[in-house]
Design a protein around this ligand. Structure first.
Ligand SMILES: Cc1cc2nc3c(=O)[nH]c(=O)nc-3n(C[C@H](O)[C@H](O)[C@H](O)COP(=O)(O)OP(=O)(O)OC[C@H]3O[C@@H](n4cnc5c(N)ncnc54)[C@H](O)[C@@H]3O)c2cc1C
Length: 590
């Protein structure tokens, strides 16, 4: 993807956003919902089946969950996430779900303006994240209702859709269209800037930050600063005829600015109210600040145009998921054009290219996880024969198939059955390059095999546990051995944020080290992480990150606004004006 020179981003085309969320998958969408002011309360009609939790919830039923002590609410709860807030939010949304019940949520959502925090969600493609990139014929592992986000029933948004199996698993298309519609239905679009790639996130040094802050030592100064930057960008984007990040930004922040300037024209009373509002807005901005981040990147438009942007953010949330960098074997020939790392590529090949079908050479699938199983199923459904190589023994107790109930996941058990029963014979073949009659017609399993190389003539060389080499001609290879988060845009690729900073971030082995109640990175105040990056690989649990982060930001905002008001009152009381660092001045609050 060609990148424009980042240095070409005009320096004054910058503005400060209280929160920038990187990633527009379910994590980013759910957090945006809460930051838009959707506020969770205990439903007065609801009874939670956990009596201890229910008693605690009733103690503070007048308060939104986001304002309550999450640590206290989480005490004693157990569930299938290592993050206590994820378990809490899950049991509030789906009480006793693990016991097979489908109880309604005990939460009531109210849209409250005072809980709104301006933010932007930047993400590649359209809202939905990884769900846009999945192969269409597979079914989710989770039940459809576990994939839903707060406030909109998944079944209500997909009522006409045929349920593919008797249970409620869904297709990726159903889920991604649910997420896209959710954003529209909840009025979140103004916060989303689609087709946006973040290429750098850097914490600003104090000196730089102070020079930015100087512009903003007064409320007017700050507004002028924002407006000038805004006008500059708008002009540029109009000249380019594009509707870019700037416009996405305008929806969210310019509205507030225009409202307050219009008020000035109306009259004294309105003017006074307008000023109050401006002070509060300033509070939003300054109250959340733990230092400033510079976020850079580009937005992609039709015709492959890339328009760079740069923003300042007081808080950055990493919601970038974990499926952007497929794991590689690291063997010779892995970059050859017939070697792929995504099931979707197989889907495209079987549906669009007439050259992959029943008479083609087999497809080699490498890996023993669910994505590999999806690829096997996809190939078999299109009558393409499969060679399936994986490092583990077929009866290895760690294989994922052993954890899936047969009745819910019959298709994965079908693959597992073939992995165990249609095994290539262990004895060596005299001429390894000759076509082998030992292959099963549709599917052949190669347990305890590793790939040594891919050759330009489409031959793959594999080695079995007994050291025997085998060579097969194939039509396509799918290497599906996992994926890693890609935090290339951070210092040290974000490695310093991990539980073990000497190793790369990985969802299972080395997640981002966070405060379990706020999801703020322990190594970096003002930087938050959620979803697979913190070990919550399922949509059902990643919502907890949204609750933790929104609760943290709202509590900080409330505290700072209180402090702000006190300072303003003190200033008013002694008739003081222009005391450095007071009132709207940035330096008094950082
Ligand atoms: C094949 C497969 C099947 C799955 N099945 C299930 C299932 O059944 N149930 C379930 O709960 N979960 C399932 N998952 C996991 C699920 O996809 C994740 O839990 C969920 O999508 C994570 O949401 P997220 O918003 O954190 O990240 P994602 O959905 O990955 O979204 C993050 C988005 O951020 C974007 N991004 C990354 N870097 C940048 C950048 N620098 N700039 C801009 N944007 C960026 C990414 O491209 C992506 O679009 C499955 C995953 C896969 C791969």
């Amino acid at each position: 993807m060609p990148l424009l020179e980042e240095s070409s981003v005009p320096r004054d085309c910058t503005r400060t956003v209280p929160v920038v969320i990187i990633g527009n998958g379910p994590s980013g969408i759910c957090l945006s919902y809460l930051l838009n002011g959707y506020t969770p309360y205990l439903d007065p009609m609801a009874v939670h089946p956990n009596p201890i939790l229910f008693r605690k919830l009733q103690e503070a039923k007048h308060l939104p969950i986001t304002e309550q002590d999450l640590e206290y609410l989480c005490e004693g709860l157990e569930g299938r996430s290592g993050n206590p807030v994820a378990v809490l939010f899950d049991t509030l949304l789906h009480p006793n779900a693990d016991m097979g019940f489908e109880f309604p949520s005990v939460l009531q959502w109210r849209l409250e303006k005072k809980h709104h925090i301006p933010h932007l969600v930047l993400g590649k493609a359209t809202p939905g994240g990884a769900w846009h990139a999945m192969e269409g014929s597979m079914l989710t592992i989770s039940l459809g209702i576990w994939m839903e986000l707060p406030g909109v029933n998944y079944r209500d948004l997909t009522p006409g859709k045929r349920r593919v199996v008797s249970n409620d698993r869904a297709t990726p298309d159903e889920i991604s269209s649910y997420y896209k519609n959710y954003v529209k239905l909840m009025g979140l679009q103004k916060n989303f800037v689609d087709n946006t790639y973040v290429t750098s996130v850097q914490k600003l040094h104090r000196s730089h930050e102070n020079s930015l802050g100087n512009e903003k030592d007064t409320i007017n100064g700050q507004l002028n600063g924002v407006k000038n930057g805004f006008d500059y960008c708008n002009k540029n984007s109009t000249e380019n005829g594009q509707n870019g990040v700037v416009n996405g930004f305008s929806n969210e922040l310019q509205n507030g600015m225009e409202t307050s300037s219009r008020r000035g024209e109306i009259g004294e009373e309105d003017d006074k109210r307008g000023k109050e509002e401006v002070k509060e807005t300033t509070g939003v901005s300054q109250g959340l600040s733990q230092g400033l981040w510079e976020v850079r990147g580009y937005q992609q438009f039709q015709g492959d145009t890339h328009v760079p942007f740069s923003l300042f953010a007081e808080n950055v949330v990493l919601a970038t998921g974990a499926s952007d960098s497929p794991a590689r074997l690291g063997v010779e020939g892995e970059d050859l054009p017939y070697v792929f790392h995504s099931v979707r590529d197989l889907g495209v090949a079987v549906s669009c290219h007439g050259n992959l079908g029943s008479s083609s050479d087999p497809v080699l699938v490498v890996g023993a996880g669910l994505s590999a199983a999806d690829a096997v199923l996809c190939a078999l459904n299109h009558s393409v024969s499969v060679l399936h190589a994986f490092r583990k023994r077929a009866d290895d107790p760690g294989l994922i198939f052993k954890q899936l109930p047969k009745t819910l996941y019959p298709e994965y058990h079908r693959v597992y059955h073939m992995m165990c029963s249609q095994v290539y014979p262990a004895s060596p073949v005299a001429n390894p390059t000759a076509p082998s009659s030992s292959l099963f017609p549709d599917y052949t399993s190669f347990p305890e095999h590793c790939v040594l190389s891919f050759q330009p003539d489409m031959h793959c060389v594999m080695k079995g546990s007994n050291g025997v080499l085998r060579v097969f001609k194939v039509s396509m290879v799918l290497v599906l051995i996992g994926a890693y988060p890609n935090l290339f845009f951070l210092k040290e690729q974000g490695q310093y944020l991990g539980l073990d900073p000497s190793r790369p971030i990985s969802c299972r082995q080395n997640p981002v080290d966070i405060n379990p109640y706020t999801f703020e990175c322990n190594a970096e105040p003002g930087l938050f992480a959620m979803g697979p990056l913190v070990g919550d690989n399922f949509v059902r649990f990643l919502k907890g990150g949204a609750l933790g982060i929104a609760s943290c930001l709202l509590k900080r905002l409330k505290q700072r606004m209180k402090k702000n008001r006190k300072l303003i009152a003190e200033e008013g009381g002694c008739g003081g004006r222009g005391r450095e660092g007071s009132g709207g001045g940035r330096r008094g609050f950082v």
